[in-house]
Design a protein around this ligand. Structure first.
Ligand code: GTP
Ligand code: MG
Length: 156
């Protein structure tokens, strides 16, 4: 199934939003496949946001990401990249819809709480960058109650 890279940025960690973020992805019906709380090296943050290196806000963005620990996660599920972006909300929190994480919990674009991969391909690259050690192998017992797969009484 499809996977995406989700990161709770340092402001999300400092503000006690880790549980809230995990809860939203979990309740939706996506599966957590990897998670770690880490302090990010400057060079690593620059690599993660390499596509934005020419932007005027790049230095501030890197400063923000290295300012405290982040929670790096891999979530799996049907269409999890696009749906994950919907759960996260628009980049500018003032434009993000209420009900999205950024819409509910953030004000400034430079303190927008969470990152989500913007394509399946970038998701793959980000997962490889952040989790070279690989992901956890497991399958939720709830799977047939969330996804339309064959319900087999003996397997549940
Ligand atoms: P991420 O999920 O973090 O990648 O955000 P995004 O995909 O919604 O936006 P994008 O990749 O374009 O920008 C990455 C991050 O850079 C944003 O989440 C913001 O934290 C920051 N950023 C983007 N645009 C601006 C800007 O105009 N000003 C400032 N200060 N920060 C910005
Ligand atoms: Mg982005």
């Amino acid at each position: 199934m499809e996977q995406t890279f989700i990161m709770i940025k340092p402001d999300g960690v400092q503000r006690g939003l880790i549980g809230e973020v995990i809860s939203r992805f979990e309740k939706k019906g996506f599966y957590l496949k990897a998670m770690k709380l880490v302090n990010v090296e400057r060079s690593f943050a620059e690599k993660h946001y390499a596509d934005l290196s020419s932007k005027p806000f790049f230095a501030g963005l890197v400063e923000y990401i290295v300012s405290g620990p982040v929670v790096a996660m891999v979530w799996e599920g049907k269409s999890v990249v696009a749906t994950g972006r919907k759960i996260v909300g628009a980049t500018n929190p003032l434009a993000a819809e209420p009900g999205t994480i950024r819409g509910d919990f953030a004000v400034d674009i430079g303190r927008n709480v969470i990152h989500g991969s913007d394509s399946v391909e970038n998701g793959r690259k980000e997962i490889a960058l952040w989790f070279p050690e690989g992901l956890a192998e497991w399958q939720s017992n709830q799977h047939p109650w969330i996804y339309e797969v064959l319900l087999c009484r003996s397997a549940i």
